[in-house]
Design a protein around this ligand. Sequence first.
Ligand code: SAM
Length: 324
Amino acid sequence: MKLYYIWHATGQKMPYLVVYSPECGSLWALMRQIGEYVGARQDMPKTKKGEGVLTLVASPLGNDLDLSPRAKREIEEADLIAAEDTRRFWDLCRREGIRPRGRVVSYYDQVEKEKAGKIAKEVLEGAKAVLISDAGTPVINDPGYVVVNEVLDMGGRVTACPGPCAAIVALALSGFRADRFCYEGFVPRKEGERRKAFKRLLSEERTTVFYESARRLEESLKEMEEELGPERRICIARELTKEHEEVVRAPLGEAASLKGMIGEIALVVEGSPKKPGDARDFVEEAEKMARGGERLKDAIKKIAEREGFAPRELYRLVMEKREK
Ligand code: SAM
């Protein structure tokens, strides 16, 4: 028999003495017993004997301390680990002292379709598989959707070991309403699509989160100001969880002149204070513009964009009135 003192990660000596004998089993079993003793909830989602499972493991956005104890355990106990970048995965394991016992395969966007079926098949045959991306939560603008869909389609089990996600951290830190929000992924690269995406926010009452690259940030902010006006507020969340974390909240009029922001960036746009107009109130204005020489279609488009409703609704109302 051996006597162990348990040290908490903060360096505090925990007030428990644990008598450990090899019959207790593995170290995990011991930790589990301790967890139960101190009242911690450490039960993993239950799997039937021999049942496989795909676990989506969230990884740090840049601060290794954000890797959860459960994430470490899932990685160590998996039969198969699908990692977005195996080199980065092994670096993380080295830094964190994780020793995976399973096979490690690369799983990135370009090979998703080809590899998803094989991984899903292994899960259906009883493998415990883990999917981990370079940073944050798999599937969220990262590989994963195809294999999750495949496993579910085949009647298999998927579970998650949750953790960091830049969109959620940025949203929470923005100080904007988060009771309802939209996630738009990366800001489109092409100017036309970008402006369209920003225009849609004119009447969007919910807070909206985007990912953006530092290289295109200045251009995007300028166009956003042109589309949404200088008053609308935005939050630029940069290098979250890292040494140079910065969260800037400002009206677009000020934010558009920010220069030299580098690193990983998430943008949070405050919801519109303006409710979309009621198309019925603008039938007369559209007719007046048409009488003044403007094409009816163009007049309707202009009004609908300004007021934040679908042009076809106003078109329908104008036609209805004309037919009366
Ligand atoms: N799956 C990840 C997640 O859960 O957040 C997102 C992956 S996506 C490929 C990477 C983008 O997320 C980056 O280009 C950046 O826009 C955003 N991002 C990642 N880490 C970040 C951080 N530390 N601070 C701010 N944004 C970050």
